[in-house]
Ligand binder design. Structure first.
Ligand code: SAM
Length: 298
């Protein structure tokens, strides 16, 4: 290599415990548990996450919660444009420091659940061929973040996101399994969902009290089932899982008690070939879609 050439990793990655400690000390920073601040300090884990996202210079990336910027640095090297939304103002000078070598990163100070994402897409991603969300999520709001991003129907290719292992298992679960529930159906309606990576608590600073998983959610061009009214469909799914050990007939009777009696509910179920004694966890998305479309039609 000629002496003038800059290797791709010429900047100092902060993904080691010693460097993260130094950086935090230099900025007088202390971790806030209430914001889910567990920072990644392991280069291999970061490389695996970024590798799984298969980014190119034409990719845009939205990162939620850059923290000190260890994942952001790697994303900036792999993608054309990175937008990192961070709620904690105290992180801004730290990020200005760690992201100084990169001219393709925009840090946005704000709450991911409150900022205008359509506007963010228009401002930052207009020239990108496709956009991915890649993030080590703040675990206390994993589900609202995932659902908000999907329900908004943004131009989004995929999400590669780290979360508490138990939530990941619920998202990717199939019918008949212990973890299958309304969250599995809500996410799988929009995405093809896979677990990509188990991550031990030792790769974080400070270590969280839970183990983590990285999942891949590839956004579908169309839902796998045809639903005539999505509001009815999602309300029905949630109602069916209210008490997991109860039959679907009992859960629906409780939910629709001001509208229909048991005989009617059981007749509706039988009309779409679902046994009233079945439990929601044994039903596929297709079963819920058939029932929802039937209820919408009567
Ligand atoms: N990406 C960094 C890493 O992997 O080292 C930090 C990840 S840490 C698990 C989660 C980050 O999300 C924290 O920096 C936290 O301040 C930020 N955060 C928490 N709630 C947020 C919200 N509502 N909107 C944006 N960022 C948030």
């Amino acid at each position: 290599m000629s002496t003038g050439e800059r290797p791709p990793d010429a900047h100092q990655s902060i993904a080691t415990p010693a460097r993260m400690r130094q950086l935090m000390a230099r900025h007088g920073f202390t971790f806030k548990k209430s914001l889910g601040q567990n920072f990644l300090v392991d280069g291999n884990t970061l490389d695996n996450i970024v590798g799984a996202a298969r980014l190119t210079e034409r990719s845009g990336v939205l990162e939620i919660g850059p923290g000190a910027g260890s994942l952001t640095q790697k994303l900036a090297q792999a993608a054309g444009k990175v937008v990192a939304v961070e709620i904690d103002q105290r992180m801004l000078p730290v990020l200005a420091d760690t992201l100084a070598p990169f001219d393709n990163v925009a840090v946005v100070h704000g709450d991911i659940l409150k900022i205008d994402l359509d506007e963010l897409w228009r401002t930052h991603f207009a020239n990108c061929a496709e956009v991915s969300v890649v993030a080590n999520l703040p675990y206390y709001i994993t589900t609202p973040i995932v659902l908000a991003l999907l329900e908004r129907r943004l131009q989004l290719r995929q999400m590669v996101i780290m979360m508490q292992k138990e939530v990941a298992e619920r998202i990717v679960a199939s019918p008949g399994s212990r973890d299958y529930g309304s969250l599995s159906i809500a996410v799988q309606y929009y995405c093809d969902a896979h677990e990509l990576l188990r991550v031990p608590r030792t790769v974080f600073m400070p270590p969280p009290n839970v183990d983590s998983s990285v999942i891949g959610l590839v956004v579908r061009s169309e839902p796998p089932v045809q639903v005539t009214c999505e509001t009815t469909f999602f309300a029905l799914v949630r109602a069916s899982f209210t008490q997991r050990r109860k039959t679907i007939s009992n859960n629906l009777l409780q939910f629709y008690k001001n509208r229909w009696n048991r005989a009617q509910i059981d007749a509706f179920l039988e009309a779409v070939a679902i046994a009233p004694s079945a439990r929601a966890e044994s039903l596929s998305m297709n079963d819920f879609a058939r029932l929802s479309n039937y209820l919408t039609s009567i």
